[in-house]
Design a protein around this ligand. Structure first.
Ligand code: UT7
Length: 324
């Protein structure tokens, strides 16, 4: 017997404002065609000016709780993956706690940029397996629209806002790959790549939150190799092959990265959940958003073997294998 962190519920929230690519054509030297063909993005959601990351996270958390048929009384703690918090502190996690009316347990944030949800899931799994918590809300929530340089066409057309959430709970498993829940994870980072993707401000430097800067093409060249590498590693850790995967649920940065990674793994695109066309790159929110959309569409079913992988600022990258 072994303890497994099993998904009991999933939900998401996207802000009301939908921005099609064509909206950028007025203010930038860009086209809908360039954005579609280079990134796969067709539209993205932007939060309202008075709508902070915590608001998105609270709505996604409520949806996941409802999906699980649970209330906050059933939750021991909250982990939020975000790089765009409402304030420098306190954590978005504690704001979600307040928003849900939860006066017990604990809450904190994890910051690993676009790989944030992989890091948060791994943290949550470790806490559940160690017996530190029985049931956790794990949320990815971002408002990247707040850190865009609207004059930089090479970045501002790529990102969007949103939130997704899972309820993860301790269940008894047999200890083999047929168990439901998180089966393995693999985390990596290398700070030498700092300049490839960063925000040029912060509390202890400029005193401003700053704007996102990215060497897109250099990062693109790293992404597929590192994502396929972490996918290979995480599957082999538990003796699985690429073809055992029913669904890849990847970070949604660029359709060419998603397709290139799937191709390297020998998995056809009809076994990949793709939301990048509708959401753009929502950083730590993109995987839980894709999970929620994949389940709601009827594609992901109980018992399916899922592989999620992500790479982003740091660089930080990693993968999780879980049976739904
Ligand atoms: O989630 C975190 C991880 N993020 C990523 O993984 C992003 C990785 N990178 C990418 O997705 C791609 O590199 C981009 C979508 C950012 C760019 O695609 P690319 O095929 O690598 O294009 P590029 O950067 O090599 O740029 C090609 C050309 C350049 O013009 P020149 O120098 O060839 O004349 C750019 O200036 O496209 C130009 N360009 C644009 N043109 C029209 C850059 N942005 C735009 C734009 N509209 N919005």
């Amino acid at each position: 017997m072994s303890v497994r962190a099993v998904v009991e519920g999933v939900g998401h929230y996207l802000p009301d404002r939908i921005v099609p690519n064509s909206e950028f054509e007025d203010s930038l030297d860009t086209t809908d065609e360039w954005i579609r063909t280079r990134s796969g993005i067709e539209r993205r959601h932007f939060a309202a000016d008075d709508q902070p990351t915590s608001d998105l996270a609270i709505r996604a958390a409520r949806a996941a709780l409802e999906n699980a048929g649970l209330t906050v009384d059933d939750i021991d703690g909250i982990i939020v993956a975000t790089s765009t918090p409402d304030l420098t502190f306190p954590s978005v996690g504690t704001m979600v706690q307040k928003g849900l009316g939860m006066r017990h347990g604990f809450a904190f944030d994890v910051q690993a940029v676009c790989a944030g949800f992989i890091y948060a899931l791994t943290t949550a799994n470790s806490m559940i397996v160690a017996g530190q918590a029985k049931r956790l809300l794990v949320i990815g929530a971002e408002t990247f629209s707040r850190i865009m340089d609207w004059s930089d066409r090479s970045t501002c057309v790529l990102f969007g806002d949103g939130a997704g959430a899972l309820v993860l709970a301790a269940h008894d498993g047999k200890g083999d790959n047929t168990d439901r829940g998180i089966l393995a994870s693999d985390l990596n980072s290398d700070g030498e790549y700092r300049d490839m993707l960063f925000v040029d401000g912060g509390v202890s430097t400029t005193g401003q939150s700053g704007k996102l800067r990215m060497q897109g093409n250099a990062l693109f060249r790293q992404a597929i190799d590192k994502l396929a590498g972490t996918a290979f590693t995480v599957l082999r850790k538990i003796g699985l092959e690429d073809d055992d995967v029913d669904w890849i649920v990847p970070h949604q940065a660029n359709i060419r990265i998603i397709a290139g990674t799937a191709k390297k793994m020998g998995i056809p695109m009809d076994r990949v959940i793709v939301t990048v066309q509708d959401h753009g790159n929502t950083s730590a929110a993109s995987i839980p958003l894709a999970l929620s959309v994949g389940v709601a569409s009827g594609k992901i079913k109980r018992g399916d073997l899922l592989l999620s992988e992500a790479i982003g600022g740091g660089l930080a990258w990693g993968a999780v294998v879980l049976r739904w």
